[in-house]
Design a protein. Structure first.
Length: 187
């Protein structure tokens, strides 16, 4: 189990295309959930390791614990969401649904990578950080909608409605994190 976690984390960083292929070919819920959680957990760990030195270990621990719990909850919703629709809709649409989930999730990675840099900038106040988070949330949301629109060949309006799912909860978590950081820094 531990070796599998390490393998998935390394695959995400050094072989992202192969990792997406493994997710796409996942034949059962357990395998898909394992790949999703380990991949995004590694990205969240990158955010954790990039916090300013001024943060204490106790504040690190509290934020990391809350974030990890929310992260695993949202990821489980995301995996169950795609399997739910795969069973309801026709069998031949399962691959398209899975592709949509993968690409939508993968579009959040630029936000993950940008988020630590906003934290390590000296003099960045809470308002600016929250504003940056809001901009990137809507940016990744639009990317996901565009992906769904392409995969399903539907209108932009229908793709927007479809995107209002557990997928949208994921970037919203970072807005909550931004507020939390703002409160901690001003205690």
């Amino acid at each position: 189990m531990g070796l599998q976690l390490i393998e998935n984390i390394l695959d995400l960083y050094f072989h992202p295309n192969e990792t997406l292929l493994k997710i796409k070919q996942g034949s059962n819920l357990k395998e898909s959930f394992l790949i999703f959680t380990t991949s995004f957990f590694s990205l969240f760990l990158s955010v954790f390791l990039s916090f300013p030195v001024s943060f204490t270990i106790s504040k690190f621990s509290i934020l990391f614990l809350i974030g990890t719990v929310i992260l695993f909850f949202v990821l489980s919703l995301k995996v169950m969401w795609v399997h739910f629709w795969a069973q309801i809709l026709k069998k031949e649409l399962e691959e398209k649904i899975t592709d949509s989930l993968i690409l939508s999730s993968y579009s959040f990675i630029p936000f993950y990578l940008f988020f630590p840099f906003t934290l390590i900038l000296q003099g960045t106040n809470g308002f600016l950080l929250i504003l940056i988070c809001i901009v990137f949330i809507f940016w990744t949301f639009l990317l996901s909608v565009k992906t769904i629109q392409t995969v399903y060949s539907v209108s932009f309006f229908k793709a927007t409605l479809l995107e209002f799912s557990p997928l949208f909860i994921f970037p919203c978590f970072f807005l909550f994190t931004a507020f939390f950081i703002f409160l901690v820094k001003n205690l």
